[in-house]
Design a protein around this ligand. Sequence first.
Ligand code: WTA
Length: 653
Amino acid sequence: MSAENGGSIVSILTENRVFPPPPEFAAKSHVSSLEQYESLWNRAKDDPEGFWGEMAQTLQWSKPWEKVLDWNPPFAKWFVGGELNASVNCVDRHAAGPNKDKAAIIWEGEPGEKRVLTYQDLLVEVSRFANVLKGLGVVKGDVVAIYMPMIPELVIAVLACARIGAPHTVVFGGFSAEALAGRIQDCQAKVLVTADGGFRRGKVVPLKENADGAAAVCPSLKAVVVAKRTGHDIAMTAGRDHWWHDLAAKASSDCPAESLDSEHPLYILYTSGSTGKPKGILHTTGGYLLGAALTTKWVFDLKDDDVYFCTADIGWVTGHSYLVYGPLANGATSVMYEGAPNWPDEGRFWKIIQEYKVSILYTAPTAIRAFMKWGEQFPKSYDLSSLRLLGSVGEPINPEAWMWYHRVIGGERCPIVDTWWQTETGSIMIAPMPGATPTIPGSATRPLPGIVPEVVTRDGKPVGVNEGGFLVIKQPWPSMLRTLYGDDERYKSTYWSEVPGCYFTGDGARRDEHGNFWIMGRVDDVLNVAGHRLSTMEVESALVSHPKVAEAAVVGKPDELRGQAISAFVTLETGQEASEALRQELRAHVVKEIGALARPDDIRFTESLPKTRSGKIMRRLLRDVAAGRESSGDTSTLEDLSVLAKLKEEDEV
Ligand code: WTA
């Protein structure tokens, strides 16, 4: 088992600082003691259907369910027979109550513009855009692809899809035209919603150009809707492309929401697995919404007067669950920022927190490490006293970063919730309940009520205290993925066949004597680069699709800032010469195939790759070479030992 999290495991093993919930925080929180947490957890474990049935009463249903769970492993149906609508739960029910004039979204553009959408405003905009989609022929069940910058129209488009029962698939704006096309083709999206561009570090991200590149090879697309953001010149294809504002001006702002089956698909979100082809994670309406809503309330101890700031992009699952669905289902105020944390300078997030009096901040360890590197002077120049809770997500947080976050950002008063979960799990699985759970730097602590994880061996036997093993989940939970879009077999083999009878997370973990979980990183070929999931095979396929490349192997190497960096080993077709120019060409090729987030940090040219006798690339050895470590592992199955020695010599051309 490999654990690639930047070498923090050693320090994690010796970590013994414990931070109990501050008494004044605990006194006001939803779950305010360890005993209360434990009794909730035990109750949920012993009577999951009773527990989840009660929890689901917090959502607004248009038709009550008949049965809480229909479990036909590994296929689950939650709240069977029930009907609801996610946009009604996130918008209408707040717009109809005392919160109608409360800010739902406070948005800030990178250049500095501000926009506030109250729940009432959001209802108008969501309904109007739902009518726009209908006008373009979108009906319940049609997939809508969304490829947008972080602007309010993105939230509006997502909720408009939910309103009419059109599953959305949001593609992160950093993905290339090719990657966007692959996703649209896989789910046969009918409409693409995009923008003329977005701002990132003062530059325009050419979203429409990429969208055009994708649309050209996606015959399923009948229309492209373009929101105006940057105002620069773009090409519009007559008959296919429409400006958002033109269509919206003609659309009614009254759109009754569809009453949807609890299991109606809400969205598909593509994520990297251990093969080259991204997987379409399918989430459905009732269970997903319950998971997102409930965990937002529990883990962030959300109150009516909180101002909540999640820094994730909606292109990733964190943005789906904890910028859109979770906070809005709770009637919260969600702050949304378009651009880079260091634009125009490294104090941008702190300025936002000061200005809007943000009380809850949810960000990623890779960002925290960047803040540390930039220096304390930036956060110290702003008033961060409104903060009361801090969250972390995406990768294991190293104790040094945890302590810095605690001291410099949290002023030693804010509990930190280290939240472990995945695109597949839909919502947070292991995390402190901040009024109840003592926190420890580097540990995600305990499972939330209703979640039953365990650390096991490959054949499913529990390991001992503090022993490493595979992290699995033993009982179904409402926000679990239902399948991989269009591929039930891959769903079964990826998640339910590795360890008998359990959901296989792909992560390694250990559990300490107090019952705290310590996540040790992926055990498969999935990389975690700056909190973004990427598969080694995806990058390999991109490299091999270049005509000069014969073979490629990609591994992760520890990186202080981003957790992991991407290291590629490439063999060239006969007659091709290795050169710095070719290295640049290959880097650019990967960016074109996938996006800048997959750009290899280093590319080494080699005559051959180390393989076992059965032809499998020995990644473990390559990881050692990439990290500059002496190879410690057993090399007796290597087909050609000289290959390894050669790799080391050939370090750089
Ligand atoms: C990793 C992001 C340690 C883990 C929500 C998981 C974490 C993968 C944590 C999912 C954490 C996420 N501590 N590791 N708090 N949170 N991970 O699908 O390896 O983008 O399997 O979902 O990120 O990444 P994904």
